[in-house]
Design a protein around this ligand. Structure first.
Ligand code: GLN
Length: 554
């Protein structure tokens, strides 16, 4: 049999111009999705220019959510977008930071892997970056690998990553493309879209040795042909390669808008790739449902990572928001999400009454002491007033503490994360974690990534999953203290998910005869919810809210 000709691997680098935060991650994910819809195998890589080895040690208020992969890697929230849009699980091979790249170059140097050569920033750092990109692409058996370079062009920080892209392009000009995602402002007073910042960004990219093949022009409203021509002319691209990307109601519409502009055809042509006819049916169905959903569900997320200066930063909980949306849309609902700061209830418990007006409450993951007593009050209020409560990680730990205090009457019950020597250490440090903290070993050292949970027969959790077991992603240092489990269960708390050896409590719930939905998980179900595959626990939560809205409770 004649040997099948191996198709060459293709790479699309996505870089930012003008300013950050204009949607490079969604562009990367959407490019991946449209190429996938042409029958190609696609993967994505995120490059973060920080010295941090991973995102685990960064403050979510500044950096947004820390997204945990199945293998436990603590990464940037964009990795979550890639998984959600592409419907694939990614591994640590798909995430790199400057720190991670340098760390491995230094390790190799210490191992004499460079055989006595002088190890230099250039070319050894870009070469390490290239070898990582190629390895991720090979391992994923990807025809097309989309690489998002964090930051914007012109910064010191990402220059070596751009150099890696340049070197790859120089070696295989037909296999590497650059997409510049640029911002096109429309200042109020001027009333016209200004292309100059994009022209500058394109020139800055040129000075790094790269020419944009495609320019995705982010703006508030669609861009007209006059502006497109101008960008084309001054940035040396064809006008078809200037893709207008106006603000959209839902990020899930972005791939569809790209396809309206024929982007996958343009990319395929530039990369000399043959592909199948477009098949985006599933995605179109989902995006249509987003628009059609009419009945509103009001859901409050009670947390603390909200305020940064005068602004509310919901990025810290992006996966929670998306998971709520996926399940709501699947059920035909439109979620209306509000942010509640738990610390206000500590000052005035009467304010808890406002929880009555929500269909459901979510208490997401968190760390540290601020606002925790407020969250405990919320857990109690929801339990006593039968308000649907869904706790995620810290949201489970505080619910168990609350139960111990109110139902078992262990008034001094607490988590040792909050109080070092409570009388009742209901949530205790995991023994392994104790050793790590004693060594000052904080980075990448929690219980991270995939672990199995065995689900109890007859439980709400089991009925949601429709399965005996589940595999879920984790990120925590503390756990329910095994010494209190019998007492908690005797008091009426159900641990409906446990680790296979029965030692770690993974899910707690109240029986449905006592409460319509009071369930919390030690893991983070939100991390594996995808638009085309909403998470079963969120689906159940939304289904209960749909049946029993705040109005019918009254
Ligand atoms: N702070 C808690 C712990 O480390 C919960 C972590 C989380 O919510 N991700 O166990």
């Amino acid at each position: 049999m004649p040997k099948k000709k191996k198709t060459k691997k293709k790479y699309i680098f996505v870089v930012g111009g003008v300013m950050s935060g204009v949607g490079k991650g969604v562009t990367t994910s959407s490019i991946g999705r449209i190429m996938q819809s042409r029958g190609l195998s696609v993967t994505a890589i995120k490059v973060d220019p920080y010295i941090n080895v991973d995102a685990g040690t960064m403050n979510p208020t500044e950096h947004g959510e820390c997204f945990v992969l199945a293998d436990g890697d603590e990464t940037d929230q964009d990795m979550g977008n890639y998984e959600r849009f592409l419907g694939v699980e990614l591994s640590r091979l798909h995430y790199m930071t400057t720190g991670r790249v340098y760390q491995s170059v230094i390790e190799k140097e210490r191992n004499l892997d460079y055989e006595g050569k002088c190890v230099q920033v250039v070319p050894h750092i870009p070469l390490e970056i290239i070898s990582r990109i190629e390895k991720a692409s090979r391992t994923a058996k990807a025809d097309v690998t989309v690489v998002e370079v964090g930051g914007t062009v012109g910064e010191y920080e990402n220059i070596l990553f751009l150099e890696a892209a340049r070197m790859m392009k120089q070696k295989s000009p037909d296999d590497v493309l650059t997409v510049l995602v640029s911002y096109v402002p429309m200042p109020n007073k001027i009333g016209e879209m200004k292309t100059k910042p994009t022209q500058h960004a394109s020139r800055t990219l040129n000075s790094a040795g790269l020419q944009a093949d495609i320019i995705v022009a982010r703006s508030e409203v669609p861009m007209d042909d006059v502006r497109k021509e101008k960008i084309a002319q001054f940035c040396s691209v064809s006008s078809q390669s200037v893709i207008s990307a106006p603000d959209v109601e839902s990020i899930y519409h972005v791939p569809l808008n790209f396809e309206k502009a024929g982007l996958s055809d343009i990319l395929l042509k530039k990369l000399s790739l043959k592909a199948r006819k477009r098949d985006m049916k599933d995605w179109i169905d989902f995006a249509t449902k987003v628009q059609k959903a009419e009945k509103t569900l009001s859901i409050a997320i009670v947390g603390k990572y909200f305020a940064t200066g005068d602004f509310v930063l919901s990025d810290a909980y992006i996966s929670v928001i998306e998971a709520i949306k996926h399940a709501s849309i699947a059920g035909g609902f439109k979620p209306q999400i509000e942010w509640l700061d738990s610390s206000v209830y500590e000052k005035d418990q009467k304010l808890l009454k406002e929880l009555d007006s929500y269909d459901g409450i979510v208490v997401p993951g968190g760390f540290g002491t601020r606002g925790i007593e407020g969250k405990i009050l919320v857990a109690r209020y929801c339990r006593e007033n039968k308000i649907p409560y869904f706790g995620l990680c810290y949201g489970m730990q505080i619910a168990v503490v609350e139960f111990a205090r109110s139902v078992l009457k262990l008034e001094d019950a607490h988590t040792v994360e909050m109080k070092s020597e409570p009388l009742h250490r209901i949530i205790d440090i995991m023994p392994e974690q104790k050793k790590k903290i004693a060594r000052g070993d904080y980075g990448g050292s929690m219980r991270l990534g995939n672990y199995e949970t065995v689900l109890a027969p007859g439980s709400l959790a089991r009925s949601a999953y429709k399965s005996d077991t589940a595999i879920e992603r984790h990120r925590h240092r503390y756990e329910v203290n095994p010494e209190y489990i019998d007492e908690l269960e005797a008091g009426g708390l159900v641990f409906s998910g446990k680790s296979p050896n029965g030692s770690l409590m993974e899910i707690m719930e109240l029986p449905i005869s006592k409460h319509p939905f009071y369930l919390a998980t030690q893991f983070h179900p939100e991390l594996i919810s995808w638009p085309l595959k909403p998470h079963p626990l969120f689906v159940k939560f939304i289904a209960v809210l749909g049946k029993q809205s705040s109005k019918s409770r009254k």
